[in-house]
Ligand binder design. Structure first.
Ligand code: SF4
Ligand code: SF4
Length: 385
């Protein structure tokens, strides 16, 4: 297939759904977690769950970088942006996330903070070049996908001798989160929540390759299929997972061969390794402190590290106690199980992490899935067979 439309072909999707219905053993159930928020979005947007037989179910994972950023880091960014000498540059989807006092970067901007929305790391660099009297801080978030651009912007800033540019680093690592989910009591205790396999993230895997998942597939005996972001990619990955389960296999397979290799983008990995090192632990919103799950700048780049340069303080803050994000991010509950869903918690008034960005499980369900849940027939998947 060469064009995007072909990856959204309804007839082909129904063909694959029919194969899934014929392949899935009616005597067993299959639960697959899509780690990545992009996949959650595609599944909700194209109604893929409606094509699956009842015994093949998708479980949403924690793969949205905005959703997993802890409130304390937002609070620290707001406090930094309120300093008169600072210009804080950030991606748009971070602007509405609230800190523990209900403040957001949008609110801080309205109150006079110099906060600028950028589309790329280079936009932030251009601001630092154009305004040498300002201290320009790039609020960096994201998984392994967005870390190489942060490394490259730092490399460029150093090469240009820009002394007024720094990074507030919040980059996190996918394998650490998968590990935490697989080791959590909810998942590891038999009979609680079932995760039979994973759909591996697309962009992340283009950078890190499929190799890092081999450990999980082997140690936890869970198959992983890395998939692209189009509906046919995802539904084909489900078929590949069903086949692995039926065969009693637990290996890493690559559905997204047009972008992902086993070793990934080695050049990008080398740039990242040059500028960043592992933090002993990092807090994930909804998952808590996870060891070796986040990155910080290496000490030799301390002058470009906003946390060091401006003595930033991060305070741990809790979500609303009624929020079920932790359970949703681990696959124990679904968005509609939360008492706050759609009542006090909506994309305009997010109470927890999963409602914050459009790729969060609750936001995706709010936008595309909430009317379908009730309408769904018990054997919708078999109807296409
Ligand atoms: S792979 Fe892309 S869409 Fe998925 S969580 Fe990472 S950055 Fe987001
Ligand atoms: S609906 Fe809101 S409060 Fe409930 S789990 Fe989702 S994000 Fe958290």
């Amino acid at each position: 297939m060469k064009y995007i439309d072909e990856y959204r072909n309804g007839r082909l999707a129904r063909d694959i759904a029919r194969q899934i219905a014929l392949t899935a053993d009616p005597a067993r159930s299959y639960h697959f977690m899509e780690f990545c928020g992009g996949h959650t979005h595609v599944i909700s947007r194209y109604g893929l769950e409606d094509l699956l037989p009842d015994n093949v179910r998708m479980v949403h994972g924690p793969g949205c970088p905005v959703c997993v950023l802890p409130i304390g880091r937002i609070g620290a960014a707001i406090a930094l942006a309120m300093r008169p000498e600072i210009t804080l540059c950030t991606y748009g989807d971070l602007m509405r996330v609230r800190d523990k006092n209900g403040w957001s970067l949008l609110k801080a901007k309205a109150a006079g903070a110099d906060i600028r929305m950028v589309y790329s790391t280079l936009d932030a660099l251009k601001i630092a070049e154009a305004e040498p009297q300002r201290e320009v801080v790039f609020f960096a978030i994201g998984f392994e996908t967005t870390t190489p651009p942060t490394a490259l912007v730092l490399k460029t800033a150093i090469a240009k001798g820009l002394g007024n540019f720094s990074i507030f680093c919040n980059h996190v690592l996918t394998p650490a989160a998968i590990h935490s989910i697989l080791e959590s009591p909810d998942v590891s205790k038999p009979g609680t929540i079932k995760i039979d396999g994973f759909i591996g993230p697309a962009h992340v895997s283009a950078v890190i390759g499929t190799k890092p998942y081999e450990f999980f597939a082997e140690k936890f005996r869970k198959p992983v299929v890395v998939a692209g972001f189009e509906p046919l990619d995802v539904i084909q990955a489900v078929l590949m997972l069903v086949r692995q389960i039926n065969d009693g296999r637990h290996v890493v397979e690559n559905q997204y061969i047009r972008a992902v290799t086993r070793l990934g983008n080695v050049k990008a990995q080398a740039e990242v390794a040059n500028f960043f090192e592992l933090r002993e632990s990092f807090e994930w919103r909804g998952l808590g402190e996870l060891p070796l799950s986040g990155l910080r700048l290496r000490p030799r780049y301390a002058a470009y590290d906003a946390e060091n340069r401006f003595s930033m303080v991060t305070v741990t803050a809790e979500d609303n106690p009624a929020c079920e994000c932790g359970s949703i991010l681990r696959g124990v509950q679904k968005p509609a199980d939360c008492k706050l869903f759609g009542r006090v918690c909506t994309p305009d008034t997010p109470m927890g992490s999963c409602m914050v960005s459009s790729e969060g499980a609750c936001a995706a369900h709010w936008t595309y899935g909430r009317f379908r849940t009730k309408a769904r027939q018990p054997d919708a998947g078999r109807a296409v067979a």
